[in-house]
Design a protein around this ligand. Structure first.
Ligand SMILES: Nc1ncnc2c1ncn2[C@@H]1O[C@H](COP(=O)(O)OP(=O)(O)OP(=O)(O)O)[C@@H](O)[C@H]1O
Length: 205
């Protein structure tokens, strides 16, 4: 398995943001996307994950193996932590492995309504979803936002020792050092315009 990105151009609100992006990520490897605010990391990740069309170029990875996770957690506030994770397991036809509660430090929060969690606790539930759904190719947008130092380490350990160790792939936009010594791709050379400005795709606001 491999993620292969060739000569990709991406746009927001109809305005090209990045162009000519090419990289490969092999099984068991991760790539960190670097670049200033607004350069297009989120746009690139959404395009890689197939949530929006590319202007041109190709993204190849095996069908139905990708998952996108953003800092807006997609958590159902009226459900408990366990119910949230069980829901996602169900959607993906997977089991809910008990160890995810330990891995993501959620053991004491199993029966809490997700709406009552702190920002960092919600983030841990959002990340635990990744441990539940079993997708191999992860597109992660600022996965450690709101996490304290302990939780950043916990997430980094899961990424290295479980996801990547089991042959997974990850492309990660982050301003925070995960302490994993991962290869990085600086996006500045691929900037398509000084600033996108212009149009707005309000569906995503
Ligand atoms: N809904 C939108 N409609 C139009 N343009 C947008 C929209 N959202 C973002 N943009 C613009 O597209 C460009 C790329 O934004 P994007 O969110 O991909 O950047 P980013 O690198 O992820 O930024 P950050 O580091 O701040 O998260 C920016 O210039 C931004 O202002």
């Amino acid at each position: 398995m491999e993620l292969k990105v060739s000569d990709l151009s991406v746009a927001r609100g109809g305005v090209p943001v990045l162009s000519g992006v090419s990289f490969d990520v092999a099984e068991g490897q991760a790539l960190v996307l670097r670049g200033a605010n607004g350069i297009g990391k989120t746009t690139l990740l959404r395009t890689l994950a197939g949530l929006q069309p590319a202007l041109s170029g190709n993204v190849d990875f095996p069908e139905d193996t990708g998952a996108y996770a953003s800092h807006t957690d997609g958590i159902k506030t009226q459900l408990t932590v366990t119910e949230n994770l069980a829901f996602w397991a169900d959607v993906h036809g997977a089991d809910l492995p008990d160890r995810v509660f330990k891995t993501f430090d959620l053991e004491d929060l199993r029966t809490r309504l997700a709406g009552t969690l702190s920002a960092g606790q919600k983030r841990r539930v959002g990340l635990a979803r990744l441990g539940v759904i079993g997708r191999k190719v992860l597109f992660l947008d600022e996965p450690t936002v709101s996490l304290d130092a302990f939780s950043v380490k916990m997430f980094a350990s899961w990424l290295r020792d479980e996801h990547l160790a089991q042959g997974g792939i990850a492309v990660i936009a982050t301003h925070i050092d995960l302490g994993l010594d991962l290869p990085e791709l600086e996006l500045a050379p691929f900037r398509a315009a000084a600033d996108a400005g212009g149009g707005s795709d309000e569906a995503f606001l």
